[in-house]
Design a protein around this ligand. Structure first.
Ligand code: PGA
Length: 247
C-alpha cells in the first residue's frame, strides 16, 4: 500500500474543501485506487467539518499535530489526541520539523505517539536531518537517534507510518539524489526493523515532492509514499503527483 498525504500547514478555510472534492473525485475513479490511500491534514479548525463531509468517501482526514497529554487538561490552546479522534481524524502527524523547531522534544514526541496510538489514531512520525548534519555526514546517525528516542517495540506497528523529510528539502525545491535516498530509506527501515522484531512500518518521503520529480522517487521501491506540503494545496498539483507516480 502506498500513501499520498497532504500537509496543509497554516492553510485553509471552510470552502477550501473544494480542493479536496476534486482530489476525491479523481481518487474514487482512478483505476489504481486500490494501490494507495489519500490522507489530508488540514488545520485543527477544519478537521471536524471535513471529516464529516468525507466520512463515507475515499479520502481520510488527519491532524497536523496533537498535544502530549490524553483526554482533557488545563493547557491553553492545546488539543489532545482524544479530541481530534472524537471529531473524526483518523491520522495525525507527529514530530514535523516545524514543531520540533518550535520546541517539541523527544520526550514530548514519545508522549504524543503513545496517546495518539491509545486513541486509535494512525501516527505519521516525521524525522529528518538538517543542513549541518547533512554537511557533516551525520544524516544516518541523526535519523537513527530521532527514531530510537521515540519509537518503542511495544507500540502498535500497524498504526505507525514514518515520514522521512530532510529539513533542507522542505519547501526549497531541493531533493536528495536517488542514491542518497536509497541509502537513507534502507537505513531507516533497518533501524525500524531492529525495534519492531524484523518488521518495518511504511516509510514515506517528504520535501518538495511535485508532479515532475515524483518519477525519480517512483524508482525507489523502498519508498512507500509521500508527505506533500506545498503541492497539496492545489488539486491539480496533488493529482499530478498521483498520476505521474502510476504512469
Ligand atoms: P513541501 O513540504 O512539500 O512543501 O516541501 C513538505 C512538508 O513539510 O511536509
Amino acid at each position: 500500500m502506498k500513501y499520498f498525504i497532504g500537509n496543509w500547514k497554516m492553510f485553509g478555510v471552510p470552502n477550501s474543501i473544494n480542493i479536496l472534492n476534486k482530489i476525491n473525485s479523481y481518487y474514487s475513479k482512478d483505476k489504481n485506487r486500490s494501490k494507495y490511500r489519500v490522507i489530508i491534514t488540514p488545520p485543527y479548525t477544519l478537521i471536524e467539518s471535513y471529516a464529516k463531509h468525507f466520512k463515507n468517501k475515499k479520502i481520510s482526514i488527519g491532524s497536523q499535530n496533537c498535544y502530549q497529554k490524553d483526554y482533557f487538561s488545563s493547557n491553553t490552546a492545546a488539543i489532545s489526541p482524544y479530541m481530534i479522534k472524537k471529531v473524526g481524524a483518523r491520522y495525525t502527524l507527529i514530530g514535523h520539523s516545524d514543531n520540533r523547531s518550535e520546541g517539541d522534544t523527544n520526550e514530548m514526541l514519545k508522549a504524543k505517539v503513545q496517546f495518539a496510538l491509545k486513541n486509535n489514531l494512525r501516527v505519521v512520525f516525521c524525522i529528518g536531518e538538517n543542513k549541518t548534519e547533512k554537511r557533516n555526514k551525520k544524516t544516518l546517525s541523526a535519523l537513527k537517534r530521532q527514531i530510537s528516542k521515540v519509537l518503542e517495540k511495544k507500540f502498535r506497528i500497524s498504526n505507525i507510518i514514518v515520514a522521512y523529510e530532510p529539513i533542507w528539502s522542505i519547501g526549497t525545491g531541493k531533493i536528495p539524489t536517488k542514491i542518497e535516498l536509497e541509502n537513507t530509506t534502507m537505513h531507516i527501515k533497518k533501524v525500524l526493523k531492529n525495534i519492531f522484531k524484523g518488521k518495518s512500518p511504511p516509510v514515506l518521503y517528504g520535501g518538495s515532492v511535485d508532479g515532475n520529480n515524483v518519477e525519480i522517487f517512483r524508482e525507489i521501491r523502498e519508498i512507500d509514499g509521500f508527505l506533500i506540503g506545498g503541492a497539496s494545496k492545489s488539486s491539480k498539483k496533488f493529482i499530478d503527483i498521483i498520476k505521474n507516480y502510476y504512469r
